[in-house]
Design a protein around this ligand. Structure first.
Ligand SMILES: NC(=O)c1ccc[n+]([C@@H]2O[C@H](COP(=O)([O-])OP(=O)(O)OC[C@H]3O[C@@H](n4cnc5c(N)ncnc54)[C@H](OP(=O)(O)O)[C@@H]3O)[C@@H](O)[C@H]2O)c1
Length: 402
């Protein structure tokens, strides 16, 4: 099969022929129809952690070719009397449409990525694509949707619509939980990022499930406001972050008390320090990039930012940027519950996608050029083709099968 392979010494990736992967116990072999690009894909090709020869890339969507013989299928669990055992069985079969993500070359650990004609993935870390969602749209959801769900429910502690916090035995970390009926003010910095747009939808879904009144505040470029005010995000208030006084503006909008929750969806430069200033006394701050990675710096923060890597969902140890993320069965359970919820359909509307021309061969030259090598502020794009306009409020998607 063809796959996009890391060349660590040249800090690039090229399409090569490699053998088809074999599903291990509990894994599926999947024929990839579409892939979606994330900033980490280009970041860890420009600054390689993996060794030459690794398949790069994270998000994929495709069809199941086969299940490894030991995957707990529904038919093999029929003799189980307990309903919960049946629920944990794999309902997928050859031909099922699924989406998920792999770690690619984004860690020291040896794990092949997703930018290939075929991938293998654990059956409980994919979700079944509802009939009205295209492969391209589905590919845009798995990594950023889970990142947003982890931030909003798992780390910041808003009640999840799929009851995961409770079933995991975790205490709700809702800072305002003791004040019944109090309105929640939730602020998303860089609301037009892929993570931010899914986070807004998930805040809305959480509020619908818990019945708590919730107001959504965000920052973005003014040209994104209409998109963000409309369904499905439905922001109550938006401020352009290019205005020097945006922090004060956000505080004023909360009647001066500050935000109960804030999620900084870029976490670079001075964004973490500024977003922290929007918070109320007991407010909670989620971030998407670690302090150790060096993307942001801030002294004397009024709150300790809560960071986590989406990779925690693997339930296996992950090493990157000098960090070791220990294996977390809870994070894996959270991910499987989130994906099960997505499989029910109608839960999250896909973010807008930009269909990029060409297949795997064009990913580095066009897609990675658009995403740059790590920092949003350094994304520079001077090429004139229509598909090479700067990325904003949309996901770059390549179809491997037309
Ligand atoms: N922790 C994790 O596991 C995890 C997982 C996924 C992603 N991430 C990180 O999350 C971040 C967002 O990823 P993404 O895929 O959601 O990004 P994305 O969709 O590529 O973000 C595009 C948006 O960035 C905004 N932007 C560009 N420059 C900006 C600036 N200087 N200040 C504020 N906003 C700016 C633009 O907003 P406007 O058009 O409105 O200006 C644009 O819409 C990345 O750093 C990524 O590495 C972390």
């Amino acid at each position: 099969m063809k796959a996009l392979i890391l060349d660590a010494s040249l800090k690039t990736a090229t399409v090569k022929d490699i053998p088809l992967p074999l599903p291990a116990p509990g894994e599926l072999l999947i024929h990839v129809h579409s892939i979606a690009l994330n900033p980490i894909d280009s970041l860890y090709v420009a600054h390689p952690l993996g060794a030459t020869g690794r398949v790069v890339g994270s998000d994929f969507a495709g069809t199941v070719v086969s299940l490894s013989p030991s995957t707990p299928s529904l038919s093999s669990s029929k003799s189980e009397s307990k309903d919960e055992k049946k629920e944990e069985a794999c309902k997928l079969k050859p031909g099922s449409r699924v989406a998920g993500f792999l770690q690619g070359a984004c860690s020291v650990n040896e794990r092949p990525g997703a930018f290939a004609e075929y991938v293998v993935c654990a059956w409980d870390l994919v979700w079944e694509i509802p009939g009205n969602v295209t492969f391209g749209e589905a590919a845009s959801i798995s990594l950023c949707g889970l990142t947003a769900a982890q931030a909003v429910y798992y780390r910041l502690g808003l009640a999840a619509p799929f009851g995961s916090i409770e079933s995991l035995g975790l205490r709700s970390r809702d800072a305002q939980a003791d004040e019944e009926g109090k309105e929640i003010d939730f602020f998303i910095y860089s609301a037009s990022t892929s993570v931010g747009m899914y986070a807004a939808q998930l805040v809305r879904r959480g509020a619908e499930a818990s019945g708590r009144r919730t107001k959504l505040f965000g920052t973005a470029s003014g040209k994104r406001f209409q998109l963000l005010r409309d369904e499905p995000c439905k922001y109550d208030h938006l401020v352009d972050y290019h205005n020097a006084d945006w922090v004060q503006h956000i505080r004023d909008l909360s009647d001066g008390h500050g935000m109960h929750y804030a999620l900084d969806c870029i976490s670079e430069g001075d964004s973490v320090r500024l977003v922290a200033e929007t918070l109320s006394k007991d407010g909670r701050l989620g971030i998407v990039r670690s302090r150790e990675g060096g993307a942001w710096e801030a002294d004397d923060l009024r709150v300790e930012p809560i960071y986590g890597a989406v990779w925690e969902c693997l339930g296996a140890e992950v090493q990157y940027q000098g960090l070791t993320v220990p294996a977390s069965p809870e994070a894996r359970k959270f991910a499987t519950e989130f994906y099960r919820w997505l499989s029910e359909g109608g839960k999250l509307e896909p973010n807008p996608v930009r269909k990029m021309p060409g297949g795997l061969e064009r990913v580095v030259e066009d897609g990675f050029a658009l995403l740059g090598t790590g920092s949003m502020q350094d994304r520079e794009q001077r090429r004139g083709e229509p598909w090479m306009k700067p990325v904003g409020a949309e996901k770059l998607v390549y179809n491997l099968i037309e």
